[in-house]
Design a binder for this molecule. Structure first.
Ligand SMILES: NC(=O)c1ccc[n+]([C@@H]2O[C@H](COP(=O)([O-])OP(=O)(O)OC[C@H]3O[C@@H](n4cnc5c(N)ncnc54)[C@H](O)[C@@H]3O)[C@@H](O)[C@H]2O)c1
Length: 460
């Protein structure tokens, strides 16, 4: 294929066709994909390009890959402005987007227009205008967009979908959903680029896109009206000063004032964090260890949302980013009973700084539960006039309750054949947009104090 004619016409469902894949955004999350592509999926997919604004981070990923696969050549690395050149020169036909959220749309649109299929990390993008660009490009080009909603593949979430679809609780009238982020994981959003709403859309978009997607998928519906209240209650300079938690430093590295601060991450204590961020700072000045009680936080940490769906069901949802444990409760009230799910991903958080840094370098970066501290998962079916019945679901190995491994197989494995995805777990651009729009409407409602009609934000 010539340099002017980049992408082939293969799709993920073309059996026997080797694909040529590039990854854009080589930070922490990208490792999940690069390990899979250079390892178990290397027999089907060639990893042919890396693209990032930071050359050091790309070289770190190449170091990991070549160490794990001796004899393998490093993956060609391209600067962000050479994305189009990479697609052409490396004959890319599949792009995995793992960059900072606000940049996803540019790569998605360029890749689709070049004839590639795209797998994008969540959130698909950060605002309605960008979502419209992606939806238009997808429709125009007819290429495939897959949004990496790994939680759909968690076996216990699949069980919820099956129980509801089988009518075990009848018609769903309402959902009550509370999600807690603990003091380690929750705080991390206030140390990094996510703390600026322009980068992430705030936690309503960056984080809750997972949860709003689950509700859309579980109920098979879409949001129509959203009312929300949210604010910065715990993190940020003002709250930190008021509670005496603030310390006088901008970033932890090299700051004696951060010594002993349980909210500080010490990049130098973790080989992975040092390699990916500390050693890469010279190129872009990005500090991954900012003070969670410092100035410049424009996202919320405590959010309450009320949603009405097209099906008639309602949702009460709460996200808290400063909890002593991590996990969620979700309860479905139906015309024939109630379904209750409790997942404790961690039961408590250690205060010592070393553990926080190592945690961030390991499991938390992969979005995993933390082994020794992980708690229970309980799914209870309470049908009217019957004793409660616990539904046993084999716990999934690996990140996101086993969702990560299963999603990789669906994204990169052999085509599973007609009817194999009976639960409809594969999320496309419309699913990505529908999961976003609840958070976008909630952000608007935070500002105005009024309910928001979803179709006025994004008609999808
Ligand atoms: N599904 C999940 O469970 C999950 C978990 C973690 C992260 N994520 C998603 O993965 C993505 C990356 O998150 P992360 O934690 O790896 O962040 P990160 O900061 O570790 O990595 C982001 C990377 O993007 C690069 N980048 C920044 N601007 C860019 C640009 N204009 N062009 C190209 N590259 C650019 C950075 O240099 C960095 O290498 C985010 O969209 C996040 O939401 C998803």
């Amino acid at each position: 294929m010539s340099e002017q004619d980049p992408c082939t016409a293969s799709t993920s469902s073309s059996p026997g066709v080797r694909r040529r894949c590039a990854v854009v955004g080589l930070g922490a999350r990208a490792r999940f994909f690069t390990e899979a592509l250079a390892g178990p999926y290397a027999d089907r997919i060639d990893l042919v390009g890396f693209c990032d604004v930071n050359a050091h981070r790309m070289s770190v990923h190449n170091g990991w890959i070549t160490a794990e696969h001796p004899g393998r050549e490093p993956v060609p690395a391209y600067a962000a402005e050479d994305f189009g050149l990479m697609l052409r020169r490396e004959n890319v036909d599949l792009v995995v987007v793992c960059s900072v959220d606000r940049t996803h749309d540019d790569y998605l649109v360029q890749a689709l227009e070049a004839g590639c299929d795209v797998v994008t990390e969540k959130p698909m993008t950060t605002d309605a205008e960008r979502a419209r660009r992606i939806l238009d490009a997808q429709r125009r080009t007819g290429r495939e967009v897959r949004v990496a909603f790994n939680y759909r593949y968690n076996p216990v979430h699949s069980a919820v979908r099956e129980l509801i679809a089988a009518g075990e609780i009848g018609e769903v009238g309402s959902v009550h959903f509370e999600w807690l982020l603990d003091l380690r994981h929750g705080a991390d959003y206030f140390r990094r680029w996510h703390r600026d709403k322009a980068n992430s859309g705030g936690l309503m978009v960056h984080k809750s896109t997972h949860h709003f997607d689950l509700v859309n998928w579980w109920l098979g519906t879409r949001p129509e009206t959203v009312y929300a209240q949210g604010g910065l209650f715990f993190y940020g300079d003002e709250a930190g000063r008021r509670r005496g938690l603030a310390r006088p430093y901008t970033r932890a590295h090299g700051s004696p004032a951060a010594d002993g601060d349980p909210f500080a991450v010490r990049l130098a204590d973790s080989p992975v964090l040092s390699a990916l961020y500390l050693d890469a700072e010279g190129e872009d000045g990005y500090h991954r260890d900012q003070n969670v009680f410092g100035p410049g936080v424009t996202i919320e940490d405590d959010m309450a949302v009320l949603v009405r769906y097209a099906s008639g069901a309602s949702l009460t949802y709460h996200l808290t980013a400063y909890a002593p444990w991590e996990g969620y409760r979700v309860c479905f009230n139906g015309s024939e009973g109630r379904l209750e799910l409790l997942v404790e991903e961690t039961t408590w958080v250690r205060p010592d700084v070393k553990a926080a840094a190592e945690g961030a370098a390991g499991p938390v970066m992969h979005g995993d539960a933390v082994g020794a501290e992980a708690g229970r998962t309980e799914l209870l079916l309470r049908r009217f006039w019957e004793r409660p019945r616990e539904v046993k679901v084999a716990s999934g190995e690996g990140g996101h309750g086993g969702g990560d491994i299963r999603m990789l197989a669906d994204l990169f494995g052999p085509p599973a054949g007609e009817g194999a995805d009976a639960l409809g777990r594969a999320a496309d651009a419309v699913d990505g947009a529908r999961s976003l729009v609840t958070g976008l409407a909630a952000n608007e409602s935070f500002e105005t104090g009024l309910p928001v009609r979803v179709r006025d934000v994004l008609d999808v």
